[in-house]
Design a protein around this ligand. Structure first.
Ligand code: HPA
Length: 246
């Protein structure tokens, strides 16, 4: 049985070095996941891969069925999840090309189905429950990724506050200033509710965030999509280098 699941973000619709063996269609009480999870081998280990935006990058951040995605990974019995996220850099040290391992989250998203414990589904999951989320990412998975980055000599910033915004539009310059005042270092659209849902199902979860642009108002007058694609390509390779060493 696969130990590791990878949730791919932008730039990770396909996972380099992943040899898919089959896809597993799993029904969930919450509807369909972004795609049928792929089971296969990654660097000689069994692994599960799920592209968050679907195979052809067709699902925007606010439409992703985060609950179904986490649910299917739980059904597959994975023991830990590594999520990839493309992000904008708010603080100067989080310049494009940096890979960050966030340790905190601030959630600005709204209107997303964000919990398994909402009483809407008539099974054991519906009981009201308040998870501890003081440290939103698994310290064990984070530590393993930090060690792997060291082994692979890949530069990794091991602490960052991730601001999760609603999207799909990028932020205004004033919104980014506000996020900075709140203490956020990086900004993305898909970190939540994914991380909280993983915690609700007691799935150890950590995220590798690839900085692909300076956040709004931080550098150029507008954000350049072409450059984002370039940073994503290089960042994805480095992030996979970390996973390889894991
Ligand atoms: N803002 C929000 N999400 C993002 C960004 C950004 O600047 N870059 C990549 N994902």
């Amino acid at each position: 049985m696969a130990d590791l699941a990878i949730i791919g973000g932008s730039g990770f619709a396909q996972l380099a070095d992943f040899q898919m063996q089959r896809r597993e269609t799993i029904n969930t009480p919450y509807g369909e996941p972004s795609s049928a999870p792929a089971l296969g081998r990654l660097y000689a280990h069994e692994a599960v891969f799920l592209p968050r935006h679907a195979d052809a990058h067709t699902i925007p951040p606010h439409q992703i069925n985060y609950r179904a995605n986490i649910w299917v990974l739980k059904q597959l019995g994975v023991k830990r999840i590594i999520a990839f996220n493309a992000v904008g850099g708010i603080s100067a040290e989080f310049r494009p090309g940096v890979i960050a391992l966030p340790d905190q989250i601030i959630d600005y998203t709204w209107g997303r189905a964000h919990t398994f414990f909402d009483g809407a589904v008539g099974d054991h999951q519906s009981a009201v429950k308040h998870i501890d989320f003081s440290r939103p990412y698994s310290e064990a998975v984070r530590a393993a990724l930090i060690a792997a980055a060291k082994r692979g000599a890949v530069a990794l910033r091991t602490s960052a506050v991730y601001a999760a915004t609603q999207g799909p539009r990028l932020e205004t310059a004033a919104e980014i200033n506000r996020l900075e005042r709140d203490g956020a270092n990086i900004v993305g659209m898909t970190g939540m509710p994914e991380a909280a849902l993983a915690r609700e199902l007691e799935l150890p979860y950590a995220a590798l965030a690839i900085v692909v642009n300076r956040a709004a108002g931080r550098a150029e007058p507008s954000i350049n999509m072409q450059k984002i694609a370039e940073y994503l390509k290089v960042g994805a390779q480095q992030a996979m280098q970390i996973v390889k060493n894991l």
